[in-house]
Every structure is written in structure tokens, then in C-alpha cells.
Design a protein around this ligand. Sequence first.
Ligand code: G3P
Ligand code: CA
Length: 349
Amino acid sequence: MRTGLLVLFLAALLPAHAGAPEAPTPIVIAHRGASGLRPEHTLAAYELAIAQGADYLEPDLVMTRDGVLIARHENEISTTTDVASRPEFAARRTTKTIDGKKVTGWFTEDFTLAELKTLRVRERLPQLRRDSATYDGQFTIPTLEEILQLLRRRQKETGRVTGLYPETKHPSYFRQIGLPMEEKLAALLHRYGYRGRNAPVFIQSFEVANLKRLRQITDLPLVQLLDERGQPYDFQVAGDSRTYADLATPQGLAQIATYAQGIGPAKGLILPRDPTGRWKAPTTLVTDAHAAGLKVHPWTFRDEKMFLPADCPDAVAEIRRFLQLGVDGVFTDFPATAVRARNSLQKMP
Ligand code: G3P
Ligand code: CA
């Protein structure tokens, strides 16, 4: 084989991101895409996030009846699609118990991918995000594979790698109904060339057992999500009384470090607010997590005033405060804002 042909052949075997420069830190994670500006979890929201300079795209993942991973925040889809107005699917409305809570609506696991592809996506918060709501009806639900293909395409066009930060939603529930997610997720990521601790991917979950299961089947980086209250659903099922607060202690973080590379805490676990909405003193979570060797990626930063602390002038200032506390990345609905906040700090003497 001639040298030129050999080089082309070897390049085709490499993952699309091989040899590409690492993302700047702290990283900007596009939460459900640029979901402040386009209906969440659409290719349009992900494309805009890439254009705005996001380092990672965050798809939440659920399963279809025929076992395909798709991007939705919930398996109940009436708040983000037009399913409720489709007479052909009226009989699929039902009530289920999901993670211990009764939920009524239409569920992804009751539809094939082909059926779901006939639906059109809607803005979740049309009163708040009126511009985004003008895109209602234009987009379909993407599969994880379509998102991976988008990332490949954009990297070929721009030479820039954008990573992937998928979250397994309701993993115990899906396993229990015969649609386990972990093996399919790992296999698909491996097939697209994501391998090893330095791959541009973080797999996240609010549950613990499924991250431990993933650790058995992949070397990819894992992130334990931590909420401000409650406990992982799989702990509840197993009768384990530990809470997210327990996992956020130095002992809990040391346990997380045995299977994960980072934590994704609710931002109030780092900077709590008082009853008037003002910031209280920061907790020690960032330093404790770093001491355990864990990265820290808090969620979720949003531009709208209603989400900001009472004593914070704007969304750039809020993100800057967290970056100054040493977080390694932020989940945001508005990637351009986080890029601005990061740039403003890097320009400081
Ligand atoms: O995954 C981080 C953050 O997205 C967790 O919250 O509910 O938006 O998936 P949620
Ligand atoms: Ca998420």
C-alpha cells in the first residue's frame, strides 16, 4: 500500500477526536443543548451550543420500546412534545410509578423509535422562553446516535472537538422493565471511538449502582450527580439509608472516587442561599472533592433573573463566582454566557 493510502486507512480507524486539542478548563457544558434559546434536546439546540463554543453537549437519555437511546429529560413526553394532541396515540396515555412517584402521560418506552419520530418537539417553558417557543413543531426527538453523528460532522467541518456528557435517566426503572441502558450506551460510545479516561465524554447519573455497573464495562469517565436533598433511587430500592448529603461528605466522596472521576452537584451544595435568596458562605465541597481526586461540575446556570441569587447582578457574575471557587466546569442553558464568564476571568491580570 502506498504511504498516502496507508495514512488515510489508519486515520479512518481512529476516533474522530483522536489527536485533537483538549477542551479548555473549566469546561462549558451545554445543558440539554443551548436550551435557553431552542427547545431542549433537539439537534438545533445542540448545534447552537456548538456554535456558541460549548465544550460538551449534555443529552439526558431514556429508552424507546425497541431499545433505542433517545434524548429526553423524562420518559413522560407530554411537556416537551405534541404527543397529547395526536389522536392516534390517545390510547397510550396511562399512569405509572416512576422512581416511586405516580406520573400520568405518554411514555417513551411505550413507543417505537419510528412512532416517536412522528412527534414534534415543543419548548418546555413557553411563557419564560418565548423566542425558543417560536420553534415549536419544527424538530424531532434525536437519538443518541444522531447526536454522535452531529459531533463527528461538526468536528470534520471546524477541526474543533466538542465532547459528550450523557445522563442515564431512571436507570433502575428501565432495567426493571427489560430495557437496560448501560450496555447499549457503553457499546455505542465505544463504537464511535470513545475509549479510555481521556476520551471527551463524561457519563453521569443520579443513581450509584448503574455507575458502578458502567465501571465494570467501560473505562470512560463517570460522574456522580448529587442533589440538594433526598437519596439515589437505587439506594431507596435497596433499603440503603444513605442520602446525597452523606455522599457529599469527605467519606462519601472517597467512596465515589472508587468508581467515578467527578461529581455533578446542585449548585446550592457549593453556594447555598438564605431564605431571601442571597448567597451564604460557600461550603467546602469543592476542596473536599478535589482532595478526593474528583472533578466538580455544578448545575444548572440560567440567564433569567428568576434563577439568579438575589445579590447577584447577572448570570456572568454568578458563573464567575463559581469559577473563582475552583469548579472544573458548569452546566448551563446558555453556553455563550459561560464562555463569556470564563473569558472575563482569563483576561484578568
Ligand atoms: O445532569 C445535570 C443536571 O442536568 C441534572 O439535572 O434534572 O436537568 O437533568 P437535570
Ligand atoms: Ca441532566
